[in-house]
Structure formats: C-alpha cells, structure tokens
Design a binder for this molecule. Structure first.
Ligand code: SIN
Length: 279
C-alpha cells in the first residue's frame, strides 16, 4: 500500500489496496491513521460489484448509519444512497445538484456522522469536483483574539434555517418535525486526535446561542469568510471513476461543484459513518 499527499493543505491518495477484501489489522490501522492525519483520503481504483459491497468497504472505517434523506437512499440498503446528476427535489421535482454550499454533513442532528464516503461510478469528463476546506487549519489561522472570543461559544444548527440565497433539498413535513434545532460547540475538539477545528458553516449554522442577533450574524460571517474564502485552506478533488473518498466531517467542510455539462452523467454511491455527540 502506498499513501501520498494530494496537496499541501490536506488529502492523501492511497494505491495498492483493495477494499473488497479483508485487510490485516496493520493495513486497517495504517489507512485509519492516514484518514485522521490527512482528513480526506482517496483510495484509487476500487471496484464494488454492488452497493452492499461498497458498504462492506466502508465498514473498514466505521459503522454506516441510516441515511437521513429517504428520497436518495436505497430501499434495500438504507445505510447508502446515491449522488446523481439525475437527482430531483422531493417537492418540486426539479433537477438539483445537492450540496453546492460549503457544509459539514448533518450538523443539524445531535450526533453528526464522523465521516462521509463517496464512491465514483460515472464522472463527467470535466468539472464536478468536490471542494474541501481544512477546518483544523481554519481554526489555527484565526487571530488569537478571535480564538479567545469563540473558545467557549455554542451555535445552534437547524435544517429549517431561513436565509436568502440558501439552497438545500426540501424535507417532507414529517422529516422536518423530526429535525429540531440542535447545538454544537463553535470550536470542536476532535475526539480521536484532540485537535481543535472550527465547526460552523453557512448551510446549517443558524445563530450563536445567547448572543444578540446582529452580533451573532457578524461573528458568523467573519468565521464563514475566513474558512471558505481562502484558497490556501482548500483542496479540490477531481474525480476518477473507481475513487473511494472518505472525509472527516469533524474537521472539514465540503461542497459539490455544479459546473459540469448537464448532459454528462455523474453517479456516486454515498454513505455516512456514525458519529458521537459534540459536547
Ligand atoms: C456531498 O455533499 O456529499 C456531495 C458532494 C459532491 O457531490 O461532490
């Protein structure tokens, strides 16, 4: 097995391993440590016969959870779903490209998934990259006074947050009723590495608990701009068919890029791995 960095900011490429088969404990430890160190790990050249085999590959890294978005998941394997150029919104039936705003997955629940995995089946000839932000580095590069200001703060995350220009897939009324606002620390300490990371994003973070609305908006805007507007904090993954990419939701943001030809097919299997409470 060979593990090599994909960029200076984050990400590593793994070759010479087949996730279909069993791994030795040493191989599994090496892969898991690379995931923790590099935050985004791309295992190249994978070939899964079906979605069940993909989920078995994912289990080398943790336990897949039931996927929240019923409309995009498999009936016979509810721990997996698809991301597709054919995705449609559940309410208006219009074609959508999901996840184009920077976000970390399911921060709108109390125990957000520790990691997300995509496996690329069909990729467009150009574009459709997934963009990542290293939120560990985003935290480290904040001015000391901002670190002091936010160190003990908590933010409310809410799927139903109302903001002009925000685009997220519709949830049914029943799903909305099961998705109340939840709170998370603004600075999250990684349960496995102990490293601190910024944990706030414009897609789901609604407001800072206990702060006046204007002050909350202005602080969050500073944090969003700091994390998402700096190319030096980003890695853009250019997909190849057969890529199995896992990322750490506790220390990264990601976004899909809606820049590929609408006539080209993009199809990936997706799962998320169970996480723990953030407080
Ligand atoms: C996602 O948010 O998981 C989808 C990312 C992508 O389609 O590039």
């Amino acid at each position: 097995m060979k593990i090599e960095p994909l960029s200076k900011v984050m990400g590593a490429e793994v070759t010479g391993v087949n996730l279909n088969g069993p791994l030795t404990p040493a191989e599994r430890d090496q892969l898991y440590q690379a995931f923790l160190d590099h935050l985004v790990l791309c295992v190249r050249g994978q070939s899964f016969a079906d979605v069940g085999a993909f989920l078995n590959g994912a289990r080398h890294f943790g336990a897949p959870k039931i996927q929240h978005m019923e409309s995009f998941r498999f009936d016979d394997h509810p721990e997996a779903g698809v991301v597709s150029s054919e995705d449609r919104d559940v309410k208006d039936g219009k074609r959508i490209i999901r996840g184009t705003m920077f976000h970390t997955d399911e921060s709108f629940i109390a125990t957000p998934p520790k990691a997300t995995i995509l496996y690329a089946i069909d990729v467009p000839s150009r574009g459709g990259d997934t963009r990542y932000v290293n939120m560990r580095r985003a935290y480290e590069t904040l001015p000391d006074e901002t670190k002091n200001e936010i160190g003990e703060l908590t933010a409310v995350h809410y799927y139903g947050k109302k903001r002009a220009g925000r685009k997220v897939p519709s949830l049914t009324e029943a799903q909305m009723a099961e998705t109340p606002p939840v709170s998370h620390p603004v600075v999250r300490t990684h349960p496995e590495t102990g490293a601190k990371a910024l944990y706030a994003h414009e897609t789901m973070t609604d407001y800072i608990a206990g702060m006046a609305p204007e002050a909350s908006e202005s602080l969050l805007r500073r944090l969003y701009d700091h994390s998402t507007q700096n190319p030096e904090l980003q890695y853009h993954h250019q997909w190849r068919s057969g890529d199995f990419v896992i990322w750490d939701n506790r220390a990264t943001l990601h976004a899909a890029t809606a820049d590929y030809d609408a006539h080209e097919k993009r199809l990936l299997y997706r799962t998320m791995l169970k996480g723990a409470a953030t407080h």
